[in-house]
Each structure stands twice: as structure tokens, then as C-alpha cells.
Design a protein around this ligand. Sequence first.
Ligand code: ADP
Length: 664
Amino acid sequence: MEPAGLEPEEIEPAREAEEPPGCPALPAEAPQDSPPAAAPPGEGALPSAPSREQERSRRGAGAQGSAGRAARGRARRASGRRSGGENARRPGVTVDSSKAKTSLEALKISLRQLRWKEFPFGRRLPCDIYWHGVSFHDNNIFSGQVNKFPGMMETVRKITLSRAMRIMQDLFPLEYNFYPRSWILPEELPLFVAEVRTMKDNNPSWKPTFIVKPDGGCQGDGIYLIKDPSDIRLTGSIQSRPAVVQEYICKPLLVDKLKFDIRLYVLLKSLEPLEIYIAKDGLSRFCTEPYQEPTLKNLHQVFMHLTNYSLNIHSGNFIHSDSVNTGSKRTFSSILCRLSSRGADVKKLWSDIISLVIKTIIALTPELKVYYQSDIPAGKPGPTCFQILGFDILLMKNLKPMLLEVNANPSMRIEHEQELSPGVFENVPSPVDEEVKVAVIRDTLRLVDPQKKKRKDAQCQNSEQAPEASEELPDAAPGAEAALPSLCLKQVFPKYAKQFSYLRLVDRVAALFIRFLGVKGTTKLGPTGFRTFIRNCKLSNSNFSMAAVDILYIDITRRWNSMGIDHKESGMCLQAFVEAFFCLAQKKYKSLPLHEQVASLIELCECRLAALHGKRLLWGCGLGQRHGALPATATAPRPRGHQVLRLQKPSQLRALMCRDRTGS
Ligand code: ADP
């Protein structure tokens, strides 16, 4: 392992409160949502949920034919007898696994551990949970929960992610310096060339390397390194397949002289309100050639520079390992242990990782909310969503975590292919993958458990109605759950909401955007919507006429649509609206830093819209009721989570209108 130079970094507030995973020197954490230590009354005889070893032998038995089946039947009957009362009282959670694809095996193990009911071929009746391997749009689902958000795949594509991160870097450069400087090709090629030239002029000793990554690519597909902007391969493909070019991190932390990255699993449990969980353990994927800083001679050596499992598995040096702390794929906790034993500040590292995850999700939520309201508009029946994301993180030599990318569909495979003899392959279990991934899926299910929510609601209701009645409810920890380990997923948001909420400016811009979208199901703002936004927020004046508003709309929209990936709809996309909004903010509040300009304009808009809403309420009570009609924007459904103006008295409304007239 290379020595980790421990340079001081900005201290994040999450630091004191968080323990990094798997460090023996650190005190064990109290389980966050774990069942009570003692088994609830009447459940002492329940069989414990199957352990990893039992699961493996069960899968082995599956191949052994009728003897195995008979034994399983006996075990089922026995366990049915033992837990009959419990099961009769509480029907299991139903899960449709028919679209689970490569995550099926890990999902099956999780469901067995939880003793939930799996529907591998789907079900005519609705299920509680739908587990999709690829995207939200795999099915027509009108209720329950689905493990994908609409638009997630689009939102985390390399280009869209880079744009979202750029917006946040413009607003909060220091807070978002964990994402490498990136440019979008082909449209930003001239900018890339010019910026690199300027930086080189300013610092002649700077010898950068860049990594070019095709948009929508994965598993290292089409990626290459360059030393100079002129090396970009401008052959046909770059035009038809846009890409991101990014500063290459030349000094990664090495373990056993090898470069590695971290795959961390993050659960986005809810978008509104925002709820984020991080898995305590992840995977470290190793290169298979000793690392050297990039030179013209070694730029093309993928086994040295790219950590992708799918590439390195083809290297003769790849080591499949049964143990979690050796080989080409290891648990992240094993790396932390090694770092900790060498005196590295792993607590700080873990807290930096938590900050990185929260900040990245904050950058992604505005776009996700636009997709969400478009797919599941308020008032339309639809499922609620949650999603496991794969964060790819590279540690720099000084232990600073850098975000490489976010995967909407991280691989949940728990097997790998092994070549038994030339050309003959077999799927064999991968203990490292199983250890990490089954826990992530199982604990995600525990967190979204619909019955837990129902029980909680019922308990709340009962304790409100008759405090003594709540004691008769079934215990919050069902039998299977009592035998499970404590949750591997740790809540980080809203837990640390206070420290990070000031970063959620673009979320508020997105709320304004959604408010003026008008027609249900759209993701783009038409010219009328934009004009209404300007008019209702009173942003035009003698210096900024409505004609200038139209020109701004046309200019920005045309440019974004000419480089956009999504040509399905015409109009202004969220990111174009954000650009227009920043432009207006800069015009209005010239002397402030950008984030203050934007915050001031948001406040002004929100205040003026609240006042307008107040006026309309008054108007609705009187004039509107008499004529039986309200203007379209007043009747338009409010976006989910949008705060309702709760003003009781006309005097309060009038006060608000007066404030609005004075422009304060
Ligand atoms: P893909 O989706 O094709 O896997 P990634 O963005 O994850 O694309 O990049 C592939 C690999 O390239 C990463 O796993 C990492 O090893 C390496 N890599 C990507 N970006 C950088 C960077 N900016 N600096 C150093 N290495 C990088």
C-alpha cells in the first residue's frame, strides 16, 4: 500500500457523528432500526432467518433434486407449524420479482431471509413491491412501491450528471470540488481547448492527463486517456455519440501498488421528503497491473488505469477470492481496516464520503423531481419509488474521495463466470458480492416494508385514540426480522439535513419550473409558461421588457435543444431554465456572489408567488366564486411537497399584498 499523505481537508459536520464501517478499533454501533434484543413473547421458538452458509447449501441442494425438495418441504411444514399463529395474523409482504433480471438471485435470498412472498412470474393482483432490474418503465403499476425512480437512468448519464455537477460547482465551488473538472463533447470542445491552454499558460509545470468517456457507456466501454486536447478522436463517433472529457486523477491511493475504486450502495428512499441511506460496506475493485502515473507510453494500458471489473476480469492477473480482504474484488471495510491500521483518519474519510453522497444527490434531485411529476402527476394513481444507486468513488493519495460516476442500475449479481476448460464457462458464487449485495437488498426491503409503515400508522392512530389499545398490536419486529443482523444501511439524510440544506437552491428553482409547466406529464416549459413565470414573479420592467424575455427564452431554449439528448418534446428543459434563472439573478443582483444572487431571486419569486396566491384566495372567496372561474395557474395542481400557504385571516393576506407592492 502506498503511504496515505494525510492532508487536512475541510471538516464536514457529519464527522463526529459517524463511524466508518468495519473498523475493529472503533466501537460497534447500536443498530439503528434493529429489533429488540429479547425475542418478542411467543416468538422464541421461531427458526432464525437463514444464514449465508445455509443459503449457499440451500442453493446447492436445489441442484440435488427430489431429496432436497422433500427436505425443504419438511422444513417448510415444520416452520409453518411453529410460526402458524404469527403468519395467520400477518399476511406476508408480496414482491413481484418477474423483472428482477440479474438481481434475481440476491433478491431471492433476501426474500427468503425476510420470509416474504415472492411472485417470480408476476401476479394478477397488485403486489406490495415490484423489483425491476432495469428501469421504472418495465410495467404498468398503479400502486405499491417500485425500486426505480422515473428518469433516474437519464439523470445519472455521464453528460447529465456532469451538467448537474457543473451547476453546483458554479454555485458552490468549494463544496463540489469532489467532482473532476469536466467538459461536454462535442459542444464544449472549443471551451475545453481554450481553458486548458489558459491553465497551461498560467502554470507551465502543469502536465495534465484527461479521460474521455462516451455518454451512456458503461464498463469502461470506449474510454481512453489523452495528454492534450488535440488528441481527442474526432472521427464520426464523437458527433453521433457525445462524451465527457474529464481531468484524470493522476495520484490515486494505491493498495498493493494497484489502483482501485469503491462501489458504494446508496438508497434513495424518498425524493419528497428527501431520505438517503448509505450502506456501511461496499466493494473495492482493483486494477490488475501495478499503477504508474500516466505517460504517453502507458496511456493505453487499461489494466493499469481502469478499475472496471468487466475489463480486469480478462487480465491473466485477476484474482477471484473467497476471502473478503484479498484478490481483485474486496469489501470496502477491509480497505478501511488496512488504512486504519496504518494510522489513517478513516473517520474523516467516512464523513467525507457521506458528504459527497449527500451533495451529489442534492445535485440530482431537481431533475428527478421534474421526471417524477411528469410520470406520476399529483392526483394520478401511481406507485411510490425508491432506488439503490451505485456510487463509484476514487480515493486520492491524500484520502480525498472523488466521485467518478453514479450508476442507476448497479450490478447486483452475486456470481461470476469461471472458465472450467477452454470455452466452457460456469456460474460460480462470489462470496464477496454476496456478502455486500444481499445485505443491501434485504435491508432496503426492511426499510421500505409496507407492513412496518402500516403498523406504525396504526400505532400512532391507536395511541391517539386509546393509549392502552396500542399495546395489543402485533409487535413491530416480526419473527424473521428478529433473527436478522442490524441494518447495514445508515440514514444520512434527513439526519444531516441542517448541514446541507443551504445547498438545495436548484431544488427551489426546479419547484418554480414545475409550477409553471402547466400541462400534466410534460418536462419542458413552453414560451407561455415562461412568460407567465416572469409576469407572476414581476421580473420584467423598463430595462427588461417582455420582448427581451421572449428573446432570452428563444436563445437559451434553442441552444439547449440543439445539444440535448432528449428530442421528444419541444420547449425549455430544466437545465435551460436554470441557466435563464441564473442570468436573471445576475442581472438583478450584480454585486453579489452567484449563490447569493440566485438565493435572492428565489426568495423574491417565492414571496411574490405567495402574495399572488394569497390574492387569488381572497379573490376566490369573493369575485372568483361569483363568476365560478379561476385563472389556469390558480387551479393548476400544486407540485407534490409544495408548501401550502396557510393564512387564516384576510388581514394576513392583505399584509402580504402590501409587502408585495412595496417590492420587499
Ligand atoms: P464506466 O461507466 O464506463 O465504468 P467510469 O466513469 O466509471 O465509466 O470510468 C471507468 C473507470 O475509469 C473508472 O472505474 C476509473 O477506474 C477510471 N476513471 C474514470 N474517471 C476517472 C478520472 N477522472 N480519473 C481517474 N480515473 C478515472
